[in-house]
Design a protein around this ligand. Structure first.
Ligand SMILES: Nc1ncnc2c1ncn2[C@@H]1O[C@H](COP(=O)(O)OP(=O)(O)OP(=O)(O)O)[C@@H](O)[C@H]1O
Ligand SMILES: [Mg+2]
Length: 364
């Protein structure tokens, strides 16, 4: 087990491509850190740098109290499971699991002991004598995990390990990986672009964009307090609704106006600094609200009108796209309606005034 610290780490590939910029990241012993971000943002590069498969261009990598910049992959005791976990096709599961131990010249008794341990842990006991092609996708994935685990790495890196599996198997193996990490307590860094994997597995989540860390936070904090509109738009399915909103001040409160509708009234106490600046200068702000915080109004509540623009029926819920009256045509908000909705495209509906505590404000 180990702590991992990156100190101002940058990676530029020989062709000039900058893949990581000034990464500062500290992962305590036993943490399951998830790394997410759009394609090409540097996730795999980050793992490869940690594993020693790529050199660091600048900055420092520390594993426990050892500077690891110049350590070979073998010296790091880090195991990595790749997206296309290549198993040796002509070797049985047992031989696949034994291979890294044979390379380390362990005795056959030790090898047998470790392979049995991994097979028990990953529920592979029944298939030890089979070849990879005689396994299901999930079983193959578990063999790849087992092959990494028998080495008893101090850090475990997983690069989108479930992307080859179907939805049902993904959910199952996802739970297994979470359990495995809990039982072994191994420091784990898990790359994914799947929101559910990130939210359910991560003790904390690091969000990367264009090689730069955008936010590091627990899943709850990331969802409740995104650091920027970019993060807000990246986390959540559907993502947070954003809109440019105008603020007007009355003696007692602040009104937030979108198009021709007053969508919220706020108390004047403790607004974020840039909201305050916007108020003083009569500027607009970038406002965000999660789909589940937008509610259709009942008759007696104060509300605002919006036009339904698209309906997406998903079975258990319907996503209703809408736009407050008078808002620019580019604006698209989404609300969730339980089950099937009777709303029609083009109709107007009334939404509840937005509650102050469910609003987010961002810099433009
Ligand atoms: N060997 C390489 N030489 C040059 N550029 C590279 C190399 N490997 C990756 N890159 C570039 O570095 C950037 C980061 O790549 P990386 O593979 O880390 O992204 P990623 O976040 O893992 O993306 P994905 O989600 O698609 O797997 C990309 O712009 C990519 O094209
Ligand atoms: Mg990748």
């Amino acid at each position: 087990m180990a702590t991992v610290r990156l100190h101002h780490v940058g990676k530029t590939y020989p062709n000039g491509q900058i893949a990581l910029k000034d990464i500062d990241l500290s992962i305590p012993d036993g943490e399951l850190m998830v790394v997410v971000g759009p394609s090409g943002c540097g996730k795999s590069t980050l793992l490869r740098v940690l594993a020693g498969l790529e050199t660091i261009t600048h900055g420092e990598l520390w594993i426990d109290d050892k500077r690891a910049n110049d350590l070979s992959p073998q010296q790091r005791n880090i195991a990595m499971v790749f997206q296309d976990y290549a198993l040796y096709p002509t070797m049985s599961v047992r031989e696949n699991l034994s291979f890294p131990l044979k390379m380390r010249k362990l005795s056959s008794a030790e090898i047998r002991h470790k392979v049995t341990w991994a097979a028990d842990l990953l529920d592979l006991g029944e298939v030890l004598e089979r070849l990879p092609r005689q396994l299901s996708g999930g079983q193959r994935q578990r063999v790849a995990m087992g092959r990494a685990l028998v080495r008893e790495p101090s850090v475990f890196l997983l690069d989108e390990p479930l992307s080859n599996l179907d939805t049902k198997l993904r959910a199952q193996v996802r739970t297994e990986i979470g359990d495995l990490q809990k039982r072994t307590g191994t420091t784990m860094i898990y790359v994914t672009h799947d929101q559910i994997e990130a939210m359910t597995l991560g003790h904390r989540i690091t969000i990367l964009d264009q090689g730069v860390i955008q936010q590091i936070a627990t899943p709850e904090a990331l969802y409740e307090h995104p650091a920027s509109s970019w993060v807000a738009g990246f986390i959540g399915t559907p993502p947070m609704n954003l809109a440019e909103a105008l603020m007007t001040v009355s003696p007692s409160h602040v009104e937030i106006i979108i198009g021709q509708e007053t969508v919220a009234t706020l108390s004047k106490e403790n607004p974020p600094v840039f909201v305050k600046t916007a108020l003083e200068n009569g500027h607009s702000v970038l406002m965000g609200i999660r789909p589940e915080a937008l509610l259709i109004a009942t008759d007696h509540e104060p509300g605002f009108m919006a036009t339904v623009t698209t309906i997406e029926y998903l079975g258990h819920e319907t996503l209703v796209h809408l736009r407050p009256l008078g808002a620019p045509a580019s604006m698209n908000w989404i609300i969730r309606a339980h089950g099937q909705s009777t709303l029609k495209v083009g109709s107007q509906i009334r939404l509840e005034r937005l509650k102050e505590e469910s609003l987010h404000f961002f810099r433009f």
